[in-house]
Design a protein around this ligand. Structure first.
Ligand SMILES: [Mn+2]
Length: 327
């Protein structure tokens, strides 16, 4: 692991122009990690761009450097270095992939166990709770300066991917990293208010509609609900507002697997999110079965089919996984 940080740190010192990418539909870890690298490179006097097909979710607008993230340009551009962070495969960066005219170095930093190592340098740490923690390691081991602005972005990244330091991926190391971030002088209360207590009312309206149809199955060990196109229209919620909604199903006593079905804007495509509360139930393998991936305890996929077709297929796979785990 040290080798990667030294190798990447050397490239960062040598080269001049950088493009930082992450996955579309970015979550807190994606935005936080992407911005941390952007700020690091700016502090070093480098030329840096950051692209995403989707907007930065409103709750992350307060993060330093958030305005730097733009849509990919119409005309392809060349960079010395392209770094992708928190994207498990190259398709996940979206249209940015077609807008790179050239690159000397291609780096992939990620913590998804399903990462397919698409770049030339692939620093994949599945044990890491967040890509933000790998970015922290790069800064520390590379001998770079951890500023409060970078620390804010990394704290947002790690806090969101650990469910506010609540999930099983919250290791002692992760808490030590968080402590070091807080030591730079960042205000945890203020950060958390932005991320967890500033939701648009429309998100709650959508949640009301969705939870009205929440269902339990597999002897109440599986909980699931749908976010339909109508719910988005009727509530006014945006796609970015879905982050964290699955936790309402996950948090039910006795529930082992939570599933969120989301009807996408693309006809005939359904997005699923999966969560597991049991170490023997690996939702990454369920997601992979449907062409997606992620982590053992949190994963997702996009399926082709009508809502009626998709639901029984996913429920059957979850039932089989519970059965296979002997629970
Ligand atoms: Mn992540």
């Amino acid at each position: 692991m040290n080798d990667f940080s030294q190798q990447i740190a050397q490239i960062i010192r040598q080269e001049k122009s950088f493009l930082i990418l992450t996955h579309y539909r970015p979550d807190g870890d994606a935005i936080g990690s992407q911005l941390a690298l952007v700020l690091l490179l700016r502090d070093l006097g480098k030329t840096v761009e950051a692209w995403n097909d989707d907007d930065v979710p409103a709750k992350f607008h307060f993060l330093p450097g958030a305005k730097i993230i733009t849509r990919p340009p119409a005309t392809p551009k060349a960079f010395d270095v392209v770094i992708s962070i928190d994207a498990s495969n190259w398709q996940r960066v979206g249209t940015a992939a077609d807008k790179i005219a050239g690159k000397k170095h291609f780096i992939n930093i990620d913590h998804h166990v399903s990462n397919d190592k698409f770049a030339e340098i692939n620093w994949i740490v599945p044990e890491s709770p967040a890509s933000g923690q790998i970015a922290f390691d790069l800064i520390k081991r590379g001998g770079f300066k951890l500023t409060p602005a970078i620390a804010q972005c990394l704290f947002a990244a790690i806090s969101t991917d650990t469910g506010s330091f609540m999930f099983a991926n919250t290791t002692a190391e992760c808490l030590r990293v968080a402590a070091e971030l807080v030591e730079t002088g960042i205000n945890v209360g203020e950060l958390s208010r932005h991320i967890y207590e500033s939701y648009p009312y429309a998100r709650l309206r959508m949640l009301q509609m969705a939870l009205a149809d929440l269902k339990l199955t597999d002897n109440k060990r599986t909980a699931y609900f749908w976010l339909t196109k109508d719910m988005f229209t009727n509530s006014g919620a945006k796609r970015e507002d879905t982050e964290g909604l699955i936790d309402y199903a996950r948090a039910i006593e006795g529930v082992i697997v939570a599933i969120l079905f989301e009807e996408t804007e693309e006809a005939g495509k359904v997005r699923i999110s999966l969560r597991s509360k049991h170490p023997k139930v690996d939702v990454n393998s369920i997601a992979r079965h449907f062409g997606g991936g992620g982590h053992k305890e949190a994963a997702g996929a996009r399926l082709t089919g009508t809502t009626k077709e998709v639901e029984p297929r996913v429920l059957a796979a979850v039932t089989a996984a519970l059965h296979h785990a002997g629970i």
